[in-house]
Design a protein around this ligand. Structure first.
Ligand SMILES: [Mn+2]
Length: 308
């Protein structure tokens, strides 16, 4: 049995890709089970309810040598803690290649698309399998989530085509209205503790000799998030110390305005942000304008800065 899972601090694509890829592998004759590496966010919970699906179980500690499939990630820092001891058989991803190694020849499928779901649709087509309605709902939701309904610069024509193809199978008549419901669910943060807000969509990256933590809060209500700025800064400072990070950033992305204002906890981050983006922080906020994609805009700029 292959265990299929997406990244830590899972988003909608990480959860739905695990469910759909496990189903696809099983339908293709390779028994597989989906797992998650953390709590689904509010948007993902909404999507699962709409699809009539349960969230996958939390990944247990797998014995060394267990066969696994990684979806929507490939870097060890974003994966199961004992990834180095596991037998990676499949990777289906749309991120940059990181520190991945495999024990034996593996099926590796990387494409620069807006979403893992778009790649999973391709795999269905290549296998000559139709997409079942529940899977179509999950995949459509992931495309809308990862591309911010096609607003993100990561969006490709293949993502648009995938959504148009999947919507009728999923029974979604009004894609824009459905996307707005998803974003409203994601923005309904209530009294979520600041530590959870920071970690909801949070990844660690290695830049040169430093480990950085990069969080994103995508919301239709940035005013709510900035109303909690002091708590969030405190949570970021605590995480920076606890995990021995060289730096930590939390980007607040206004989904509808397509802007990014990033919280800055110290002079170290302010200096890097100035060097990497040419942006001077004002107080504890750096206005990164329309740089709303961590994958395509923020991480590459930091990579370039630290490799100089
Ligand atoms: Mn993704």
């Amino acid at each position: 049995m292959i265990s299929v899972f997406g990244h830590l601090n899972p988003d909608t694509d990480a959860i739905t890709a695990a469910l759909v890829y496990a189903h696809l592998l099983s339908r293709s004759g390779t028994p597989a089970t989906a797992y998650r590496l953390g709590e689904p966010n509010q948007e993902t919970a909404f999507v699962l309810r709409q699809a009539g699906m349960q969230a996958p179980e939390l990944l247990p500690t797998l014995p060394a040598g267990s066969p696994v499939a990684l979806v929507d990630h490939n870097e060890a820092a974003q994966s199961a803690p004992n990834l180095a001891d596991l037998d990676v058989r499949y990777v289906v991803d749309h991120h940059k290649l990181g520190d991945l190694t495999t024990a034996q020849p593996a099926y590796l499928r990387f494409e620069p698309l807006g979403c893992t779901a778009t790649l999973l649709l391709k795999l269905h087509r290549e296998a000559g399998l139709s997409v079942e309605p529940t899977d179509a709902r999950l995949l459509l939701s992931a495309v809308l989530s990862d591309t911010l309904e096609f607003r993100s610069p990561t969006t490709t024509d293949a993502d648009r085509e995938a959504a148009a193809f999947l919507a009728p199978i999923a029974g979604v008549d009004d894609v824009t209205a459905y996307a707005m419901q998803m974003f409203a669910a994601k923005s309904d943060l209530g009294d979520t503790p600041a530590e959870r807000l920071l970690k909801m969509d949070y990844k660690e990256f290695t830049f040169g000799a430093q480990q950085w933590g990069l969080g994103v809060i995508e919301t239709t209500n940035p005013g709510y998030v900035f109303g909690r700025q002091a708590e969030l800064i405190a949570a970021m400072q605590a995480e920076k110390v606890a995990s021995g990070l060289g730096g930590i950033l939390l980007s607040v992305v206004d989904i509808l305005g397509e802007t990014n204002r990033t919280l800055i906890v110290s002079g170290a981050e302010a200096e890097v942000v100035k060097g990497a983006f040419g942006v001077e922080a004002e107080g504890q906020v750096a206005d990164l304008g329309q740089l709303i994609s961590r994958k395509k805009q923020i991480v590459p700029a930091l990579e370039a800065y630290f490799s100089k």
